[in-house]
Design a protein around this ligand. Structure first.
Ligand code: SF4
Length: 369
């Protein structure tokens, strides 16, 4: 049994490696391989398609050619470049990781799992990617593509979203690893998942390991991998207020930086009333104490009670529904109320210097059409 498994693994390694040499996409982080580039590309590409991630990768390497440049950048600079990618904590962690690489590792990414685990936002997959892709060290790595390919190749029904199930796949990836060519092997599995063994309608007739694929042989490939539980997606209703202050041509807007403990930490946004999991009726919204408090801070405010724009946005665990309302006012009152975060008065022309959630930029674009 052991012999047949090792001969199967040998065949798979050979076929995957040869296929990767022929078919691998020419991607910028594969052209100019360094541990810093692997870190950048892997953090950017988490939850992001390659075509979308590519422009962000170029932006980051141009703005921060070395880890030292990223380490000394301000959080605002990083978030502004990150704008639109979502999962903003990844951008903040990337900058923190660069700072630790500079302060604790002399500006070079470490070469051990233990040391890499000290970098925020660098999980098991990224650690394995840095060690194998950049340093060609014999470590497996398993991302969503690899879970899918392995579960189909070996017809595994272990769920990929439980700790016990994930251990099965990591163990298998370790056994299957091509220890002579770990970089090529790991990237081949990922590339196969991206190009050939796609989530829906896998291209089995063109697959280099079709003959060895148990999922294909049993006709169950498309039913794999198995996920045990679906995460509940919570609806969240949000009401934004575009406060225009001053005369046309010299108008400013009120913005505020979001604090910690929720989505979009460190991004900027307009005054917001949260409705929770249920929509607010117009009467409830217009009588809301936070809206009254906002209006009290404005000189001669005029609230337009019809929404100027509506937008939806899906996050991993939340479905956001947002509306944008317009308030015009002559200026700000000298406020005696202590706000948890001070308002910034931003000239309209300078708004794009402040990183905002995509949902809000969409609302603003729609309102200004
Ligand atoms: Fe995936 Fe089909 Fe290849 Fe099996 S034969 S690994 S299911 S593409």
């Amino acid at each position: 049994m052991k012999t047949s498994a090792s001969s199967l693994y040998r065949t798979l390694r050979q076929r995957l490696g040869a296929w990767y040499d022929r078919e691998a996409r020419d991607l910028p982080w594969r052209r100019d391989v360094s541990a810093y580039h692997v870190l950048l590309s892997e953090v950017i590409l988490q939850q992001t398609r390659v075509d979308q991630g590519m422009s962000y990768y170029h932006r980051f390497t141009e703005a921060f050619p070395t880890v030292y440049d990223l380490a000394t950048a301000s959080e605002d600079e990083v978030l502004l470049l990150w704008q639109g990618l979502g999962y903003y904590s990844r951008g903040r962690n990337l900058r923190r990781a660069a700072q630790i690489i500079v302060s604790d590792f002399g500006g070079e990414l470490p070469r051990t799992l233990e040391e890499l685990s000290r970098l925020p936002g660098v999980g098991p997959y990224t650690r394995g990617a840095i060690l194998s892709f950049a340093y060609n060290l014999p470590f497996p790595t398993v991302d969503g593509n690899v879970y899918r390919v392995l579960s189909r190749l070996f017809a595994l029904s272990d769920p990929i979203d439980t700790g016990a199930g994930q251990r099965v796949y990591w163990q298998l990836a370790e056994e299957l690893l091509d220890r002579e060519h770990p970089s090529r092997h790991n990237q081949a599995l990922i590339e196969l998942g991206a190009l050939c063994c796609t989530p829906r309608s896998p291209h089995c007739p063109e697959c280099p390991v079709q003959e060895q694929c148990e999922g294909y042989r049993r006709g169950i490939a498309e039913t794999l991998p198995i996920k045990q539980g679906k995460t509940r997606v919570r609806p969240r209703y949000m009401y934004y207020f575009l406060v225009r202050l001053g005369e046309a041509g010299t108008t400013s807007r009120l913005l505020r930086r979001r604090g910690a403990g929720d989505i979009w930490q460190g991004l900027y946004e307009l005054p917001l009333i949260e409705g929770g999991e249920e929509p607010l009726s117009t009467e409830t919204l217009l009588a809301h104490p936070r809206l009254s408090a906002l209006l009290r801070q404005l000189r001669a405010p005029r609230l337009h009670p019809q929404p100027r724009a509506r937008a939806k946005h899906r996050l991993s665990h939340q479905q956001l529904y947002a509306e944008l309302y317009l308030i015009e006012a002559e200026g700000l009152m000298p406020s005696s109320e202590e706000e948890e975060q001070p308002w910034l008065l931003i000239p309209e022309a300078e708004q794009e210097r402040y990183a905002m959630p995509v949902l809000l930029t969409r609302l603003l674009e729609e309102a200004e059409d």
